[in-house]
Write a protein that binds this ligand. Structure first.
Ligand SMILES: [Zn+2]
Length: 257
């Protein structure tokens, strides 16, 4: 026969085991789940494809957005101190991502972020008054406390300077899930930025599952001109990989002046 304490202890252990199992299941619930940009695994279904992706469906501070209605505000200048190079590139089936060696930072006011990677979307994810750009570059940064800050740059066909875009062009992998070294190509992220660094700021989310919120967004308002052939090649390799714009739900994007 169990004493009262024995029963309580047994119940606690049982609850602990169930909880542990639930956490492990939740962590694994999205592993291997396929998502895409069209059809039954497209953006409108992401939230129901896997439990950890629920925010994709019921989050209230999601990205991307239309930044057309941003209000002018006094915002700190973005200070880019990019001193490192892209080390590897991978076509992960959703985008083409360049992982950057440590040593590049972004300062926004008192906040400091380290550049981790950059990748592309065709067409752009952020719109201005309903209009997309042909492509969008996302420079993903992380603060010491884990906060993500993404600088978005619209890419348009035109004249370009510097060798970075030519190097990029040659480094785009068509084969999926294969990681390639790119250090020799010396891709300089600073070359990827426009001359003017005016921006729209708002708080949003990752634009891919799990759509985690609390991401700081800095959408540069001046686009960068790139070789038209590069845009075609990006589009051909990645296909359309832009999540539709999400409701503001009371958020007010701010425009630096
Ligand atoms: Zn992105």
């Amino acid at each position: 026969m169990f004493s009262d304490t024995g029963v309580t202890m047994g119940r606690r252990i049982w609850i602990g085991v169930v909880l542990w199992f639930w956490v492990v299941c939740l962590a694994q619930a999205s592993e291997g789940v396929h998502w895409s940009y069209v059809g039954e695994t497209g953006p409108e279904h992401w939230g129901s494809l896997a439990e950890p992706w629920a925010l994709c469906g019921d989050g209230t501070r999601q990205s991307p957005i239309d930044v057309g209605a941003a209000l002018p505000a006094r915002l700190p200048p973005l200070e880019f101190d990019y001193r490192s190079w892209a080390e590897t590139v991978v076509n992960n089936g959703h985008t083409i991502r360049f992982d950057v060696a440590p040593g590049s930072t972004l300062h926004a006011g008192v906040n400091r972020y380290r550049l981790v990677q950059f990748h592309f979307h065709t067409p752009s994810e952020h719109l201005r008054w309903g209009m997309p750009a042909p492509a969008e570059l996302h420079l993903v940064h992380r603060a010491d406390d884990g906060t993500l800050a993404v600088v978005a740059v619209w890419l348009v066909p035109g004249r370009w300077s510097g060798s970075t875009f030519s190097s990029l062009w040659g480094a785009l992998p068509t084969l999926e899930h294969q990681r390639y070294p790119v250090r020799a190509l010396r891709i300089d992220p600073e070359d990827l930025l426009p001359a003017r660094r005016d921006y729209v700021y708002y708080r949003g989310s990752l634009t891919t599952p799990p759509c985690t919120e609390g991401v700081e967004w800095f959408v540069l308002t001046e686009p960068v001109e790139v070789p038209p052939g590069l845009l075609h090649r990006l589009g051909r390799i990645m296909g359309a990989n832009a999540r539709p714009v999400q409701p503001l739900n009371g958020r007010t994007p701010l425009r630096s002046r």
